[in-house]
Design a protein around this ligand. Structure first.
Ligand SMILES: [Ca+2]
Ligand SMILES: [Ca+2]
Ligand SMILES: [Ca+2]
Ligand SMILES: [Ca+2]
Length: 420
């Protein structure tokens, strides 16, 4: 019996399996996983090619049970076939007094820099473009999120706690959307990027309100877990109060399971219960790092837990989907191309990733950009654009491998005018 059958993995999803230190994992499984990782680590030299260019926000806990019921009711567990629901397009009315997003972002970045990075005043920072930032702040700092962009509060007009944030283009329009994890009994929020200046709360339309209402979320990540070309969502969960277990009527627990929500079009589906034994572990999650730890083309995860060892989840892909990965390398200066926007085109589709330093709480994601290609088995074109506008093009690259792409000054294509 193979691992897929043993773990009851659904074919659609790469199983997320606990493979290292965890007090709830059978030791043989952990040893086997470590052995696999070790074995696969010897492989990358054959599959890598080098190409030349052608603490949460404290807020008043809601005790209105009728409100809880009302918010939870529309999003019961969904076992039905994929439902195509268009993302709600609400008009965003600019404030009468324009708020400078860049000014607020610059101040946020300045505060982070002065404090040595993420600290108690700012829990998460996601770089969107050259100078833009999405910062979730706790109650001890002034509001840093931008009201004019529509991300200061959720679609109900309520400020939320925010411990985790990530940016990714979940709907394939090349504009970076945002996701935010929040306190218990408050849904996580998905902000759909309308026009690169304004965002709308698409949480309910996209199906994440129900699955995320009860948990308390920290780590947040957009990743293509099943390599189908659509970004999925992963959340690392865990409560902040150890004594919460003494109050079962609240329905909240200190140790909580993490969650995987698959992108099935314009909507996400919580597949956590069917995505392998690794998703059945209850712990007190905080940090979340995403990366291809065994260099086999799919993204694995590491969760940093409080009151327990970290959890390492190996993605065991059962989809046979194709993929391509890019490591951008500059000769000097910004050697890891942090801030670069990487675009992969092939088979009539176009996908965008950004290379960022930092990520979820005290965590650093893989600096390589990974793209799932689904059933497409042809060649792909890659464009890398650095902050400031310089860009590089690499044509007709092969798939199912990692490409190390050198960003030589002599081969760069100058920016055309201001902007990107
Ligand atoms: Ca988008
Ligand atoms: Ca996917
Ligand atoms: Ca992997
Ligand atoms: Ca794998």
């Amino acid at each position: 019996m193979g691992p897929r059958e043993r773990l009851g993995v659904i074919p659609l999803v790469g199983a997320l399996i606990l493979c290292s230190a965890c007090n709830r994992s059978p030791a043989p499984a952990a040893e086997k996983a470590r052995a696999e990782v070790t074995r696969i680590k010897s492989v990358p030299s054959r599959s890598v090619t080098s190409s030349k260019p052608v603490a949460p926000q404290t807020k008043t806990r809601r005790t209105d049970t009728s409100r809880r019921t009302a918010e939870r009711a529309p999003e019961q567990p969904d076992a039905s076939p994929p439902i195509e629901v268009a993302v709600e397009k609400r008009a965003v009315t600019p404030p009468s007094r324009p708020v400078s997003a860049l000014t607020n972002a610059a101040r946020a970045v300045s505060r982070l820099s002065a404090g040595g990075g993420c600290n108690s005043d700012a829990r998460a920072l996601v770089v969107l473009r050259d100078a833009d930032a999405f910062v979730r702040a706790d109650a001890h700092s002034e509001r840093l999120a931008t009201i004019g962009a529509g991300v200061a509060v959720n679609g109900d007009g309520r400020a939320q706690a925010g411990m985790g944030a990530d940016a990714g283009d979940y709907d394939g329009d090349s504009r970076m959307d945002l996701v935010l994890t929040t306190f218990a009994h408050d849904r996580y929020t998905l902000y759909h990027n309308v026009d690169n200046r304004h965002f709308e709360d698409a949480s309910t339309a996209a199906g994440i309100t129900g699955p995320t209402f009860v948990p308390m979320g920290w780590g947040a990540a957009f990743l293509d877990a099943d390599l189908d070309g659509k970004l999925d969502l992963f959340f690392a969960n865990g409560h902040i109060f150890p004594d919460i277990d003494k109050f079962p009527a609240l329905g909240e627990t200190y140790r909580q399971k993490n969650q995987l929500l698959l992108n099935v079009g314009t909507r996400f589906r919580d597949v956590s219960a069917r995505a392998g034994a690794g998703l059945q572990i209850a712990a007190v999650g905080r940090g979340l790092a995403v990366g291809d730890l065994d260099n086999d083309g799919d993204l694995d995860l590491v969760i940093n837990n409080i009151d327990g060892p970290p959890t390492l989840l190996e993605n065991r892909q059962a989809t046979k989907h194709h993929w391509v990965a890019v490591r951008a390398v500059a000769a000097a200066g910004n050697r890891f191309a942090v801030g670069a926007k990487v675009t992969v085109s092939g088979g009539g589709t176009r996908q965008v990733r950004e290379i960022r330093s930092g990520g979820s709480f005290l965590s650093q994601n893989d600096l390589r950009a990974y793209f799932g290609l689904g059933d497409y088995a042809g060649l792909v074109d890659v464009e890398i654009r650095l902050p400031g506008g310089r860009r590089w093009e690499f044509k007709q690259l092969s798939i199912d491998r990692l490409h190390e792409l050198a960003l030589a000054d002599s081969a760069s294509i100058p920016a055309a005018g201001i902007g990107r």
